[in-house]
Design a protein around this ligand. Sequence first.
Ligand code: FCB
Length: 465
Amino acid sequence: MNFPEHFLWGTATSAYQVEGATCTDGRGSSNWDEFAGKPGTIYRGDNAEVAADHYHCLDEDLDMMSRLGVTAYRFSVSWTRIHPDGKGPANPLGLAFYDRLVDGLLARGITPMLTINHMELPLALEQAGGWLNRDTIDRFVEYARTLHTHLHDRVQLWSTMNEIALTTWWGFGTDLFPPALGDKTKVLPAIHNQLVAHGRAIRLMRQVQPEGQFGIVGSYWPVTAALEGAEHETAARLLDLLINRSCIDVLVDGEYPPELMDWHTSSGGLPFVEGDDLDDIAAPLDYLGLNYYGPIQVVAEEAGSGGSVTPRGIGIRQADPADRPKTSFGWIIDPEPLLNLLRQFRDRYRLPVYITENGAAFDDYVAPDGRVNDLERIDYFCGHLDAVARALDEGIDVRGYMAWSLLDNFEWAAGYSKRFGLTYVDYGSQRRIPKESFHWYRRYIAKARSAAPEVELLSGTCAGN
Ligand code: FCB
C-alpha cells in the first residue's frame, strides 16, 4: 500500500442527488425539478424534493465523514441556490449553506473539492435555450465568479463541471435527461458551449487565485467490441470518441478531433465555433477528474434500428455479456481497465488525475441484526483501489480517490432504485446506517495513511491486507 502522504481520501456526492430542500431558503427551480415533475421521466415517478435531506442533515453528515476518516469531500453547489433565476444578485441564504458546509469540512480537517455544476441548469436558463444559447456561457461564468469570490479564501480545489459529454448525450441526443431533445445534431453545439463556459471560468478564477487547483470532471467508459468484425470495431471506436473523447481531447488539444467533425457534419465545418472559443476551451488545467465505473461492450447494428446513436449511418448497440459480473445497474465490474486508462491518461493527456467517482449500486437492505452487509461493494472498492495502487507504483500521478457515494441518493432517471452509498439512507425516516463498506473503507483509509497499521481489513482478497 504505497499511497503518498498527500493522497486525498474522500467520498463524493452532488447537490441535486443528496440535498433535497428544493424549495428552501430561496432556491430557484432547476431543469431537473421540471423534468422530474413530468410523468414517465423518472423511475416510479420519484423526485429529488427530499432526496437524502443533506441540506438539513448537514452536521450529522459532516460528523459521519469524520468517523469515516476521509481527508477530502467532493461535493457540488446547486446553481439555483446561488442564482435562483440563473442571473442577477446572489442569494445570501444559498451562499450561507455552502459556508456552513465548507467551514464544517475545514473544522474537521477535510479538504473541500468543489464542483461548480454537476449536471443541472437553472430552469430560467433552460427555458431561454439552455446550453444551445450562448448567453448561458456568460451566466455560468457569472455564477462561477460569485461562488469563487465567496469561497476562494477557503477552497483550493475547483472543478467546473461534471461529465459534460454523457449528460449532453442523454439530454440532447436522447430523452433520458433534460432537456430531452432527442436530436443528435444538437449534441456537439451544446457540448461546445459548456466547454467555452468551463474555459472562461477557469481563466477568471486562476487570475484571482493563482495557487488554486482548477480542473474538470469527466467519466470514461472503456469501450470494446463484443463481436469480431470490422464493423463492430468501428462502432466501438466511434462510441469511445463520442462519450469519452469528445470533451477531453479538445480541452487538452485546443481543437476538435477530425473524426468528431466528420461525424458531426458532412460539410466539414463546425459553425457553432466562434472567435476565440478554442483558445478559451484550452485554458490550462491543473488536473483531470476521472469518474470510472466500468467498461462497456458494443456491437454494430443497422442504422436506425433503435440502438443507433449517430446521425450519420453507423448504429451502435450496447451488448450485455452474460458471463461478466455486474452491478444491480447492469454495469460490468472490472477494475483492470482502470489501470490501463490511467496509463493512457498519463501518456495522452499528461495531467495529474483525481479519481473523482468510483462505486457501484447493489440491492442493499438492512438485515434483521441492523447491518447492511454489502460485501459485493467492498470487493468492488477493493479491486479498484488495488488498480489505483498499481498505477501509483508505476509512477502515475494519481492525487486522490473519491468513493461514490457518501450516501444513498437520487440516481437521476433511476430515482431511488439504485443505492450507491457507503451509508444506507432510510428515506422514510432519513436515518443513516453505515454499511459494512463504510467500516471497511474507514479501516482501509486508516491503514493506507498508517494511522492504524495493525487494523484488520474485512475482505480477504484486498490489496495490502
Ligand atoms: C455518474 C454521475 C453521478 C452518479 C454516478 C452513479 O455518472 O456523475 O452523479 O449518478 O454516475
